[in-house]
Design a protein around this ligand. Structure first.
Ligand code: SF4
Length: 356
């Protein structure tokens, strides 16, 4: 089992789309993020693998993890129309033509549909009817990769530092989604979308933050001077978003963005802190595989189990809430070899153990 060490980091622009990576410069110093080397998108780590135990969870090659309908803010729509692969641009045009969730804010997926499908463990990663329209079946790539949105940019099936890395990515998703909405509203206001359209995009009955309007595409009241040139409007949004500095984007997000940025910094600092808790106990886990040498254990995520050497697994009962130094000493004595603190840290990261 790999031992916990300080997280390997990579520059934000190697993980995030270019715009969102630039925004991170106003949040983290340096703007680096965990290197999720186990989530190999180019060679999907979740495809069926005969070397895994029978019943091991896998994704369909026809969908991979892209059983999701992303909300693309107006500037992401414009960027994808301009720069995406031919398939990507065509897929965005098809969504515009269909008009579902289309408004000057962009293409906004129905949150009720997302809630009903994205969290369904049986359908996620498998159900071809949920396949994202921007997914390229040949080659299994994202057609709008450089213009993907916050959830697509921050979701990984596996994390080298388990739950603690996932916590950072989740916080980053929350911040980026907020900033994407703020920039989308800024573009709509600056590009003279009529006040009546703004009202329709923010109906009173709508939960905060879910700006999906009951609107009719290509309606003159909705698009104002952009009527008949919806693509031109989205291109202008992309140009406008690209011209904003990171500090300007954070300012557009207001006090909520500053608060969410603070939570991102806190999660990054917690990921950097390798100290073990004073007392450690068993977490919630399930055994999902066995070999003569190791036990496959599911802790924080059913997608990211951990191989634990049997010699260590059989000593986990010593971690029963007693002081961690005592548990390490007792486990090492019983195992006949030193149980390293780094291995315990790894088990903590993956939720197999927890602070007591
Ligand atoms: S936008 Fe790209 S990354 Fe996101 S679900 Fe679609 S194909 Fe996958």
């Amino acid at each position: 089992m790999p031992r916990r060490s300080l997280p390997l980091l990579r520059p934000a622009d190697a993980s995030l789309p270019p715009l969102q990576a630039r925004w991170l410069g106003a949040v983290l110093d340096p703007p680096s993020l965990p290197d999720e080397a186990n989530a190999t998108c180019d060679d999907c780590a979740m495809l069926p693998d005969p070397s895994l135990p029978p019943g091991a969870l896998s994704f369909s090659p026809d969908t991979r993890c892209c059983t999701y309908l992303p909300s693309l803010a107006n500037f992401l729509v414009g960027g994808a129309l301009r720069d995406a692969s031919a398939h990507g641009a065509a897929s965005v045009r098809r969504r515009i033509a269909a008009g579902d969730g289309l408004s000057p804010l962009g293409l906004v997926a129905d949150p009720a549909v997302i809630a009903a499908t994205h969290t369904d463990g049986e359908r996620f990663g498998r159900d071809p009817s949920l396949r994202c329209p921007h997914y390229e079946p040949v080659g299994g790539r994202c057609g709008v990769w450089a213009w993907r949105e916050a959830t697509c940019a921050t979701w990984f099936c596996k994390h080298t530092r388990g739950e603690r890395a996932k916590a950072l990515w989740n916080r980053l998703q929350q911040l980026l989604a907020h900033l994407e909405r703020a920039v989308a509203w800024h573009c709509a206001l600056t590009l003279d979308v009529p006040a009546g359209a703004l009202a329709r995009m923010a109906p009173l009955a709508q939960p905060h933050g879910q700006a999906r309007a009951d609107v009719t595409a290509r309606d003159a009241d909705l698009w104002g001077r952009w009527t008949g040139d919806v693509e031109g409007y989205f291109h202008a949004c992309a140009d406008m978003a690209e011209a904003l500095t990171a500090a300007e984007v954070l300012a557009l997000g207001g006090a909520e963005a500053r608060a969410l940025a603070a939570t991102v910094r806190l999660a990054a600092a917690q990921l950097d802190d390798d100290a073990l808790p004073a007392r450690v106990a068993l977490g919630r886990m399930a055994v999902v595989g066995l070999t003569a040498q190791s036990v496959r254990v599911q802790g924080y995520s059913h997608l990211d189990p951990l191989e634990v050497p049997r010699v260590l697994f059989e000593q986990l009962h010593h971690f029963d809430g007693r002081p961690v130094d005592d548990a390490l000493r007792d486990a090492s004595a019983a195992a006949g070899e030193a149980v390293p603190a780094g291995a315990v840290g790894m088990l903590l990261d993956f939720g197999v153990l927890r602070g007591a």
